[in-house]
Design a protein around this ligand. Structure first.
Ligand SMILES: Nc1ncnc2c1ncn2[C@@H]1O[C@H](COP(=O)(O)OP(=O)(O)O)[C@@H](O)[C@H]1O
Ligand SMILES: O=C(O)[C@H](O)[C@@H](O)[C@H](O)[C@H](O)COP(=O)(O)O
Length: 193
């Protein structure tokens, strides 16, 4: 056999992404209430790992965004099409066989079940923060449709990640970089189990 020749068949699928930082590419959903730091952590993981990321905020219909901007929380009926679009994004990433990160509140178990459908089984990184910090973050966040007044309904709707679900709950620390480091460690640990 010539030097450097492969023993694999020519049509053997190649990995589409390197295991950046030794972490095997997988689907990840960063979840939690508004202000928990989902988008910040998802973008930070994207920067560290190179996996594509999507903010589920961008997948809301204009009507849903207008409702929330006006201070009306969504109900589960209004969330159905949005969660379908979130699931479709995850499914598309899975089809390409690469790792990907979705920042999505996924507040209720039923919302997470919707994202898990079709055996996608994403790994959930649930971010927790105390209500005072959350309020402060939302009040200071520039140019976002979600008002701080919706935080109580977000907290009331949240059904925390359970031990039966694939994922881990992390404290959203005072510095985003610290929380991103926690998230990377959690993904490394999950790789070893
Ligand atoms: N760990 C953190 N400490 C302090 N502020 C944060 C932290 N993470 C995010 N923020 C800020 O809080 C606001 C909400 O964060 P964001 O990532 O948009 O949360 P979410 O996507 O969960 O609503 C943003 O202005 C962001 O810069
Ligand atoms: O009610 C829900 O199901 C959501 O929580 C959701 O609609 C989301 O939280 C908003 O898109 C606000 O965006 P952030 O969570 O990024 O603040």
């Amino acid at each position: 056999m010539p030097q450097n020749a492969s023993t694999l068949p020519p049509d053997h699928p190649l990995p589409t992404q390197p295991a950046a930082q030794g972490i095997t590419p997988r689907l990840v959903v960063v979840m939690g209430v508004a202000g928990a730091g989902k988008s910040t952590v998802a973008e930070g993981l994207h920067n560290e790992l190179g996996w594509p990321w999507q903010d589920a905020d961008a997948l809301h219909s204009p009507e849903s965004r207008a409702l929330m901007a006006a201070g009306t929380p969504l109900d589960d009926t209004q969330r159905v099409d949005w969660l379908t679009r979130c699931h479709a994004w995850l499914a598309e990433q899975a089809r390409h066989g690469h790792g990907a990160i979705l920042a999505c509140s996924a507040l209720r178990l039923a919302h997470r079940d919707r994202l898990r459908a079709d055996h996608l089984n994403p790994f959930f990184l649930a971010l927790n923060a105390d209500p005072a910090s959350l309020t402060q973050r939302l009040e200071k966040r520039p140019g976002h449709f979600m008002p701080a007044s919706l935080l109580p309904s977000q907290l009331a709707t949240l059904e925390p990640l359970t031990p039966e679900e694939s994922g881990v709950t992390l404290q959203s620390l005072a510095q985003p970089a610290e929380t991103i480091a926690l998230a990377l460690n959690a993904l490394k640990r999950a790789d070893q189990t």
